[in-house]
Design a protein around this ligand. Structure first.
Ligand SMILES: Cc1cc2nc3c(=O)[nH]c(=O)nc-3n(C[C@H](O)[C@H](O)[C@H](O)COP(=O)(O)O)c2cc1C
Length: 208
């Protein structure tokens, strides 16, 4: 008799996680939400400020890795968010996991991953995902959705789908501020913040 073991890969991969308190707390909350069957657990909102146009903007991305103290996601380096990060490298990141009624707010500096890192990550991804990354001028207007599909299919047939283009890759941010918010039925919500000061974290309890 064969026993089939299904390996469950979490949606956010933790690699050699930093052992400081806010990182351990983030992982603890993540595991609680995962146990509570939280859908879309890897979605994280990233808010940016573009100095050139004096504008704040937000969008969700999929958080893929937390490697030591770096939170890593992937995107287009020619997109509006990329222009904002170029003009102002400080961002705010936000998750809310309704299954456990928890919010985590972070502030951080953001930077690109190296070309070597991007090539390796891209090489290991599916060709379908890579064709989409290659064929899309992210956030630029286009005549129709059918043109989007045409560009994608053309890329699937013609492009080298194992080579990461220069305009696509990882972003990593290392928070200098975390706030953990826990909702309570009594409305006496619990808020705890951690502020980085040189090489230690200052712990604060905040009023709800
Ligand atoms: C749940 C969710 C996850 C997303 N993940 C990503 C992602 O990992 N990378 C990305 O570039 N866009 C992702 N998007 C699309 C972005 O929200 C956004 O539309 C796109 O990146 C363009 O943003 P920009 O115009 O601010 O550059 C995601 C959207 C949703 C709703």
């Amino acid at each position: 008799m064969y026993i089939i073991i299904f390996l469950y890969y979490a949606m956010i991969q933790f690699n050699n996680l930093n052992q400081e308190i806010p990182y351990l707390l983030f992982k603890k909350k993540y595991e609680e939400a995962l146990d509570a069957d939280q859908k879309g657990i890897e979605a994280i909102s990233i808010s940016s400020f573009n100095k050139e146009v004096s504008e704040v903007d937000s969008r969700y991305v999929n958080l893929k890795f937390i490697s030591n103290d770096e939170f890593i996601f992937f995107s287009n380096y020619d997109s509006p968010k990329a222009s904002a990060f170029n003009s102002h490298d400080q961002i705010a990141a936000l998750v809310y996991w309704p299954s456990i009624n928890a919010q985590i707010r972070m502030k951080a500096k953001i930077k690109r991953k190296t070309d070597e890192y991007n090539q390796k990550y891209f090489f290991d991804r599916s060709e379908e995902k890579n064709a989409l990354a290659i064929s899309s001028n992210q956030s630029k207007p286009i005549n129709s959705y059918s043109q989007v599909k045409k560009n994608y299919n053309k890329s699937l047939k013609k492009d080298d789908l194992k080579k990461c283009p220069e305009f696509w890759g990882g972003y990593s941010f290392t928070p200098y501020y975390f706030e953990f918010w826990e909702g309570h039925e009594s409305r006496l919500n619990k808020r705890e913040a951690y502020e980085k000061s040189v090489d230690s974290w200052k712990h604060l309890i905040l009023q709800p």
